[in-house]
Design a binder for this molecule. Structure first.
Ligand SMILES: Nc1ncnc2c1ncn2[C@@H]1O[C@H](COP(=O)(O)OP(=O)(O)OP(=O)(O)O)[C@@H](O)[C@H]1O
Ligand SMILES: O=P(O)(O)O[C@H]1[C@H](OP(=O)(O)O)[C@@H](OP(=O)(O)O)[C@@H](O)[C@@H](O)[C@@H]1OP(=O)(O)O
Ligand SMILES: [Mg+2]
Ligand SMILES: [Mg+2]
Length: 347
């Protein structure tokens, strides 16, 4: 049943879309004229628009006075807006230079996030460096990164390099550079080091850590942390390692993995990482990476209670899959402006 005057989510999307196109075609009715409104310009891929700008987010945002406006990539950024916040996830050097230039010329606009900080996550070696430097170990547990080796060129040198570095099998091979393509998410599990010579560098070879087939996705939105469980690759037993040889290809393990939040799991595997540990880790990474929107893939070493590894960090991940994301995200956007007002000197 539909209540009188109730806006249906699909209609809301149309309203916002038509609002967006009007803003650009005739340039009137820009919500910024109402001082309490918040205008968020966005530059996102169509895949991201679909998963992030869901009707439930748009509806709630509108009720809170937040308007999402599409950035027109064919027009100079300086001619668009005014924006309070810019959200972006697009690849390419031109876009990076463009948004960095805009950021420097418009310090009053909150650009989420600085392109050079995002760039740091586009390489699987630099991505985990801050976690490795942290060496986080407190009374709530220990967080590290799996031992890894970067192979830049010659694949025939892999068996020698793996031996020299003393890496233990099995190894996960991941493309070194992330460019948003499906290929950069392709992953290989190698049971012997000789088969790795078949792969195409540049690669990161990472020790596979048995973790009971469950992964924790730790979503960060500013100060907020939300953890979900996902199914992951199963443990590899010593017996299996002795019997099996070769490399096995997994096209896209992480994003295709089902949620394990409601699965009936062994408590020692299912238990979330301790909250104080996550808070420490998130706080440190927010500062060191200079990012506010990212997620961390974390696994617990099987057979331990409190030994964790960070295996991946993603910028502006699939928040649409985070429970309650519409409330968390809109509150976050509002908090950005509130903190800006607080910082403004009194006149
Ligand atoms: N060192 C490891 N030990 C055990 N399992 C691993 C390891 N590295 C990766 N995995 C498994 O492979 C999956 C994909 O790896 P990873 O998260 O690094 O790739 P990705 O393509 O960046 O994923 P995403 O879609 O999250 O960006 C992980 O979610 C996990 O299930
Ligand atoms: O596809 P989804 O919306 O789920 O988001 C995924 C996101 O894809 P998109 O930004 O192109 O949308 C990926 O980004 P790229 O590395 O490919 O740039 C990466 O961040 C994944 O980890 C996200 O999945 P999650 O980790 O949250 O499950
Ligand atoms: Mg991942
Ligand atoms: Mg990733």
């Amino acid at each position: 049943m539909r209540l009188n005057g109730e806006i249906q989510p699909e209609e809301e999307r149309k309203v916002i879309d038509s609002f967006n196109s009007q803003t650009y075609s005739i340039g009137i009715g820009f919500p910024h004229s109402q001082s309490h409104d918040l205008v968020v310009g966005y530059a996102l891929t169509s895949k991201k628009k679909k998963s992030f700008l869901q009707p439930k987010l748009l509806c709630l945002a509108r009720n809170k006075g937040i308007f999402f406006v599409a950035i027109d990539l064919n027009r100079p950024l300086s001619e668009q807006g005014p924006f309070d916040v810019v959200l972006h996830k697009l690849s390419g050097k031109d876009w990076c230079a463009n948004i960095e230039n805009f950021r420097q010329k418009n310090p009053e606009v909150t650009v989420l996030d600085p392109p050079f900080a995002i760039e740091h996550l586009h390489n699987r070696q630099s991505m985990l460096q801050d976690v490795a430097d942290l060496n986080l170990s407190d009374c709530h547990g220990k967080v590290g990164v799996p031992r890894q080796l970067v192979i830049k060129k010659d694949p025939s040198s892999i068996p020698y390099e793996v031996n020299k570095a003393g890496l233990k099998l099995p190894l996960v091979a991941k493309p070194l550079v992330l460019d948003g393509s499906a290929k950069s998410h392709e992953l290989f599990l190698a049971y012997d080091q000789f088969s790795l010579a078949e792969l195409e560098p540049p690669l990161v070879l990472q020790e596979f850590v048995n973790h009971g087939g469950i992964l924790f996705k730790v979503y960060i939105v500013g100060e907020i942390i939300k953890v979900v469980r996902r199914f992951s690759l199963p443990n590899v037993s010593k017996r299996e390692l002795e019997k099996v040889a070769g490399v096995f290809r997994f096209p896209r393990v992480s994003s295709s993995a089902a949620s394990a939040d409601d699965a009936d799991l062994e408590p020692s595997v299912a238990e979330h990482p301790p909250q104080p540990l996550l808070e420490n880790l998130a706080r440190e990474l927010r500062h060191r990476l200079g990012l506010r929107l990212f997620n961390i893939d974390m696994i617990r070493e099987h057979g331990t209670r409190d030994v964790f590894y960070v295996i991946d960090i993603n910028y502006f991940p699939g928040y649409g899959k985070m429970p309650d994301y519409e409330h968390i995200f809109t509150d976050f956007l509002l908090s950005l402006v509130q903190s800006k007002h607080k910082k403004r000197p009194a006149v």
